[in-house]
Ligand binder design. Sequence first.
Ligand code: DGJ
Length: 750
Amino acid sequence: MSIAWSPETREWHLHNGRTSWVLGVLPNGWIGLYHAGAPLAVGPSYAHLGPRDFSGFDNRVGEPVALALPVPGLGDFRVPALVVEAADGSQVVEPKYVAHRVLAGKPALPGLLPATYAEDDTEADTLEIDLADEPTGLEVTLAFTIFRDRPIVARSMRLHNGGAASVVIRTAMSASLDLPDDDWNLVTFSGAWARERFPADRPLVPGRQGVGSLRGGSGNEHNPSLVLRRPATTEAVGECWGLVLAWSGNFLAEAEVGHFGTTRVRIGLHPEQFAWPLEPGASFATPEALLAWSGDGLSALSDALHALLGRRMARGPWRDRPRPILLNNWEGTYFAFDHDRIVAMARAARDVGTELFVLDDGWFGVRDSDDRSLGDWVVDRRKLPHGLGGLAREVQALGLRFGLWIEPEMVNPDSDLFRAHPEWAIGVPGRRRTESRQQLVLDFANPAVVDHIAAAIGDVIASAPIDYIKWDWNRFITEPFSPTLPPERQGEFFYRYTLGMYDLYQRLTTRFPDILFESCASGGARFDAGILAWAPQAWTSDDTDAVERLRIQWGTSFAYPVSSMGAHVSAVPNHQTGRVAPLDFRAAVAMFGAFGYELDPTSMGEADLAAVRRQVAFYRERRELFQYGRFTRLRSPFEGDGNETAWMVSSADASRAVVAHYRVLQRPWPHRDRLVVRGLGPDARYAVTCWTSFDGPMPTVERGGDELMRVGLGIEPPDPMPAGRDAGADGHRFVRGDFSFRLFDLRRVS
Ligand code: DGJ
């Protein structure tokens, strides 16, 4: 058991040698957080790290109290984790310790809340602390799960109204973390459509700072995750925290520095536009938050999150399977395709070695542009006279898998579904409904809508041998309202919408367990830990420009594993930026993801097709390493002038690795440069082969792990130096040209 309870000191110690959390019952019955973070020895009391002489409210008079469940109105003026309005309208509740349980394993969260899991009871231990507020009868259960081999604690909260009168939940955060000082930088992952999850890194300042979403989805703009790092922490050394919320709806992730220089971090459902009436006897549960700690820098923090999210949030047969190399027709055809064109593309896709053909938007209704037919999930026989079944079988006969795009939560006003059920589109009666991309969002807070779409989409999937589904979501929610909820329950709308969406995922993944689902929302607007419970991979961004992707994939990698990041090579000039980067450079970036192509292979010349064949072969040979290896960030595209990026993947046993170095623009007469890599065996010898294009490698050399990790890999000049080193700009030579890369293949030889 990795949870110790001391009845004498009334302390719990969650420990696994990698992290420690020490909580205690304070004299007034509140739950104090004495320590969280670095691993501590089990046995001693750590109560001295908590408040001294605690007798109620100390915050005002000198000692900031670190609490597991801060509430408002009792003197702690920092942001609360729980706000409940009693029947009399007051917002003062005081949940006090009642009991606790230590459970082997990890109980599932109620209903459809996505959560990490333990495959057997030895993988995790869970502490549940029951609290109660006597006047209202409100009962609170705080859950803390510590995983056996991971520096991560999962947190969530359940509320139950054990009183006689209704209360209203106004704020219910999944986790609140009090840290004893403010010497941290806050990193959030922010951006916009086509430039998602750029790390925004700033020192904490007094007051509140953070990010959130009120869009009805996690969004392109901010990710439901954050990192705190010590100012001196780097990728390789130093202390840091990573907080990730397993939720795909509105969220808040913020830090507050109090007037004593303490830091409170909270993450959970966004309290704005949220209110949840709790009748006597009713219960409510928050989503799960994951709190990871590292004393060894940011890459180690990410590594822990990758392993947990990739293997214990993701589930189903595709969790561990090699993900197929796909070719998607979207940027190749947009809406202009028919059966023959798709089959021709699929044949060309097969010929270059890709494994899965994905038919994107435009196959249903009368969908020749984005202004109609969403909601009418009937195949368009004008384009596909043999139906989806006919097409899928023909594609599969080529030796490919067949995948299909859907956008089940949406409806165009110009659709039969909308004409039959205008009340199913989200909107406030009597008010204009804001359209975005000429579409409206279906009211997934209404179970009848989910039933209808589950049947309609289920029929489509059942009608053809489909191997993969790309689930899109191309606008955010406006005029939030569901006619199925009474006025006093409209504050439940966003939560219920998200659960309705999860419900559809649950039904479809249960009915079609072998299908690989990929989440997509205008690219990366629903790239969060919650969705991984059904879709083990997500379309990282609509931006397929390789230079932009360096930054997008770098930022995404803080929380999310490579196996979850859809990354494709697309045509040039790039459709999002107009940039023309070489084909091999585009591939060398996309390989650090669930790899694929997003172009029309029938329009490519023989030389490019041959290059793609080589790329596919290169990736296939290293697929496990790319998708499931340990990902380590080495050189940030957000540092300096952003011209260089480096990262690597390595196998768990350090026998293999691929190290990538990218340079966007070449500068003349470059400085000497070595790239210090990580995660190898210091005593091992490695065969090092450098690829600067997929045409073929440079001669293999042998280097020691110690040299590679302490002195570095030769980048400039390259190791080994090619013959005729100063001549030419073909990427093999000293003069690299723009958009160059070096992929170093490392294999342990002794
Ligand atoms: C947005 C997605 O991100 C694209 O990949 C594509 O599927 C379009 N939607 C289709 O409408």
